[in-house]
Design a binder for this molecule. Structure first.
Ligand code: GLP
Length: 242
């Protein structure tokens, strides 16, 4: 596990974008596992800037996203499909047919999850998985639980996650209560993992997840067992570590 210390959010974003750029340059037909949430927005913005300068070519890549709210349509501005389109896909030359997310509009959870597992298998696994970190240690929407779920599954979001995401919705009642998320085995099978973390409100969980016991109560803690994890965190997020 490598920890890259960044000065602030912008520095974290640039450093993470550099790592993703290197991946795309080294393997132009790579599979990127992508994340949503507020943390990676600056990383995507930096990638878009370098693309516009002509420094990056996304035409050969495939993307698979971590998760999607169950019940939100693609044109809902809070769906992760919308987020990805808005922050990255519509701004670079990625082939839209090679961008994948779980289908939030599929009401049959078993089908939605089986379909997504097949997509991940068909693209041949993930070269680089980008992750944010939830305040309760969740990755994707793998919430604290008694076990680690292997593959794509439907989760009941915890109160704390619903509250954390409330800021994006008109009211707490509008926040979806369920989501489809990639499982922990799939994330652990990514060749490389890149975690971006920013802000003092993540300082306690970063310490717990990466220096505490490995437990499904803190799902990100499993990353301690991955052989190629890079955490890019700003000083505020690292403030509980020496
Ligand atoms: C969300 C997403 C995660 C994300 C996390 C942290 O609920 N499902 O993929 O990493 O919460 O979000 P943020 O970066 O906004 O703190």
């Amino acid at each position: 596990m490598r920890i890259v210390r960044a000065k602030d959010y912008n520095d974290m974003s640039r450093k993470a974008a550099n790592i993703i750029s290197a991946q795309v340059i080294m393997k132009p037909d790579c599979v990127l596992g992508l994340a949503t949430g507020s943390t990676p927005i600056g990383t995507y913005a930096q990638l878009v800037e370098w693309y516009k300068k002509g420094d990056l070519d996304f035409s050969g890549i495939t993307t698979v996203n971590l998760d999607e709210y169950k019940g939100l349509t693609k044109d809902n501005d809070q769906s992760y499909y919308y987020f990805m389109n808005d922050n990255l896909f519509s701004k670079v030359n990625v082939n839209p047919e090679r961008t994948f997310l779980p289908d939030g509009t599929e009401p049959d959870s078993d089908k939605a999850c089986a379909d997504y597992n097949k997509i991940i298998a068909d693209v041949g696994g993930i070269d680089l998985q980008l992750l944010g970190l939830g305040h309760n240690g969740h990755i994707g929407f793998n919430e604290p639980a008694d076990t680690f779920e292997a593959e794509t599954h439907c989760v009941d979001l915890t109160e704390s996650t619903i509250k954390a995401n409330q800021r994006f919705f008109a009211s707490i009642d509008d926040v979806p209560k369920q989501a489809y998320t990639m499982g922990i085995k799939t994330i652990m099978q990514a060749k490389k993992v890149l975690v971006v973390v920013s802000g003092e409100d993540k300082a306690a969980i970063i310490k717990e997840a990466f220096f505490g016991p490995i437990t499904p109560r803190v799902q990100a803690s499993i990353l301690q067992l991955h052989s190629d994890v890079t955490i890019v965190a700003d000083e505020a997020a690292l403030s509980c570590l020496k």
